[in-house]
Design a protein around this ligand. Sequence first.
Ligand code: EPU
Length: 419
Amino acid sequence: MMDHFVIEGGIPLSGTIACSGAKNSALPLMAAALLTEGVTVLNNIPDLQDIRTMAMVLRVIGADVRFDNGRLTIDCSHCNFWEAPYELVRKMRASFYVLGPLIARFRQAKVSLPGGCALGPRPVDLHLKAMEQLGCDISIEDGYAIATVEKLIGTHIHLDIPSVGATGNIMMTASLAEGKTVIDNAACEPDIVDLADMLKAMGANIEGAGTRYVEINGVKGLHPVEWTVIPDRIEAGTYLIAAAATSGTLTLTHCRTDHIGALLNKLGKTGVDVDSNLDSVSIDATDRKLKALDITTEVYPGFPTDLQAPWTVMMCMAVGDSIIKETIYPERFTHVQELLRLGTRITKKLNSICIEGVDRLKGASIMCSDIRAGAAMVVAGLVADGQSKILRIYHMDRGYEGMEEKLSSLGANIRRVSE
Ligand code: EPU
């Protein structure tokens, strides 16, 4: 069944919504449950397809996973299998997060390599190299990474790129290795801090998470905990951009504004009024034209690549020209071709796009190619005059909890049609 959204655009958003739990924190936390032989409880889990996919991955490994109203219970006492199959990994790359925990727990793992992706090349070489440095033998067979190790021994790991996934996998494995592991040029994303904090509550010894230099002293064992996932900064950013692009107002509650500092700063510079507290923020973009503003995507705390596509739509509605430079995924511009169908003026050059602001967009049928490009399609539909049909919204169900309910409560005219 392929659902689509029908949006009657041109209505400024207005109202208050609560942020959901962060998908990109929840997924590694679920994998971390494999490091214990007990029952992990995770709260503030968003009801998303990606969470269900990770639950399936854990079930294949032998975990008993239950989801009830934002609360996930993961019983890993009977896990007896160390494989993550292609059928699941190809649906969601984050399945690769089980590599580290499987190696730590079973001293062996067989995890499918993720393969292609709409964002452009997304290799996992840094994950594999790090596991080798920790003592694993790695081979590639039938599209699977196969790891075996007798004894995991702490080491110094320099990451050529501060990869979020590699940093997370290393922290999980090194927590149960012998001795000290150092990650230099580690990712600093809030999801990494959330994972480190949960691992520490489980008994791990980790220092420096959230900085470029993380030190992990291996421990003998970890115990299960109950943990609450941090708010989703990308979901928060998406709705703030949607409200600004529609010349609307929005109050977000249950968020962490210190995680979206780069976005709030940029929003302010486009002429949007921003009023923030630590866990809530209100913006007002009514009765004004937005100023065009250049952005460059960067690792945290810079402007996130996951908000680049929605930001593109907002800049289409601004006065003047702006440039977006993508430094994390140089080919992450699949949204551009779709946006051109609405009357936008965007040209692409290498890893940048140049956007010429226009007075209005006209609704059309457009397709989602990944979660965040899809978010841009929805924002475009909300902005464009007349009706837009947003196709392939299974991408939205992967990453945005209750999207049409949240947008409807802000006055948007959006409905889901099941084909
Ligand atoms: N990279 C390598 N080799 C590796 C790993 C990464 O070359 O072994 C490169 C990637 O190709 C990319 C850069 O390093 O150019 C950064 O990738 P990173 O590993 O940090 O990304 P990730 O962990 O695979 C997470 C999010 C993405 C988000 C990126 C960047 C999760 C589950 N996914 O991916 O989120 O775009 O960080 O911030 O946390 C999304 O939610 O829609 C999404 C794609």
